[in-house]
Design a protein around this ligand. Structure first.
Ligand code: ADP
Ligand code: MG
Length: 236
C-alpha cells in the first residue's frame, strides 16, 4: 500500500485523536466503538481499501472531506463508519431526531447504501429511513422525524423539507453527499443547493465522488469547511 497522504499542518481538530487513527490498515485497529468493530467484522470487512485508509483518520476526528476515488474503491464505508461513530459518541437516541443525512443520486444506490448501513450498523440502536421516489410520501411523512439517519435522493428530501409539517433537521451532525458527480450530472444542482441552504451550518460534511469535475469542486466550495482533499487512484 502507498503511504498515507501528508497531513495538512493546520488541523482545527484534536491532533492526538488524528494520530491514533493514522497508519491503521485494518478496521479492527481503528479506535472505534466495539459495536462498530463487531458490525464490520460480521459483515466480512477486514482490511481497509485505500480510500478508507486515507480518509477515515480525518473523517473520524471530525474533518470535512472531499474524497475522490473510482467506482468500486469502497467509498460507502468511508462515510458509513464516521456517521455511525459520530452519532454513537454523541449518544444519539431516538428522541434526538435526524442526526445524519446521506444523499445519493438514485433510488438503487440509496437502497444499496441502506443495506450496508443495516449490516454494519446492526449493533447500534439507530433508526434509519430511506426517502426515495417510488415510496408512499404520506407514509414517509409520519415517520421522518423519528429517523436518526436518512438516506435519500435530493428531490425527495427537498419535498419533505418543503412540505412535511415539523420536518426538523436542525440538530444535523453529519451530511454525506455520495456520488456527488452523479448527483450533479442528474441535474440535481438546484435541489442540492436548496437543501444545503436549509441545513444548520455547524455540522460535518463528507463529499465523495468518482470524478472531480468542475461542478463537484463548485459544490465542495459551497458545502465544505476547511476540507481535507483526498484523491486515490491506485487499485485498492
Ligand atoms: P464505491 O462507492 O467506491 O463505488 P463501494 O463502497 O460500493 O464502492 O464498494 C465496492 C465493493 O467493495 C462492495 O462490494 C463492497 O462491499 C466492497 N468493499 C468495500 N470496502 C471493502 C473492504 N474494506 N474490504 C472488502 N470489501 C470491501
Ligand atoms: Mg458508491
Amino acid at each position: 500500500l502507498p503511504p498515507l497522504p501528508a497531513k495538512s499542518p493546520i488541523g482545527r481538530i484534536d491532533e492526538n485523536t488524528y494520530s491514533q487513527y493514522a497508519g491503521c490498515t485494518k478496521f479492527q485497529q481503528l479506535p472505534i466503538s466495539k459495536n462498530l468493530k463487531d458490525g464490520l467484522r460480521q459483515s466480512g470487512y477486514k482490511n481497509m481499501t485505500n480510500i478508507q485508509r486515507a480518509s477515515l483518520p480525518h473523517s473520524l476526528c471530525g474533518r470535512d472531506i472531499l474524497g475522490a476515488a473510482k467506482t468500486g474503491s469502497g467509498k460507502t464505508l468511508a462515510f458509513i463508519i464516521p456517521v455511525l461513530e459520530k452519532l454513537y459518541k454523541a449518544r444519539w437516541g431516538l428522541e434526538d431526531g435526524v442526526g445524519s443525512i446521506i444523499m445519493s443520486p438514485t433510488r438503487e444506490l440509496a437502497d444499496q447504501l441502506f443495506g450496508v448501513l443495516k449490516s454494519v450498523g446492526k449493533h447500534h440502536g439507530f433508526s434509519a429511513g430511506l426517502l426515495i421516489g417510488g415510496h408512499e410520501y404520506d407514509e414517509e411523512k409520519d415517520h421522518v422525524n423519528r429517523m436518526n439517519i436518512l438516506i435519500c435522493t435530493p428531490g425527495r428530501l427537498l419535498k419533505h423539507m418543503d412540505t412535511t409539517p415539523n420536518f426538523d433537521c436542525s440538530q444535523l451532525q453529519v451530511l454525506v453527499l455520495d456520488e456527488a458527480d452523479r448527483i450533479l450530472d442528474a441535474g440535481f444542482k438546484k435541489e442540492v443547493n436548496a437543501i444545503i441552504s436549509q441545513l444548520p451550518k455547524h455540522k460535518q460534511t463528507l463529499l465523495f465522488s468518482a470524478t472531480q469535475t468542475k461542478s463537484v469542486k463548485d459544490l465542495a466550495r459551497l458545502s465544505l469547511k476547511d476540507p481535507e482533499y483526498i484523491a486515490v487512484d491506485e487499485e485498492s
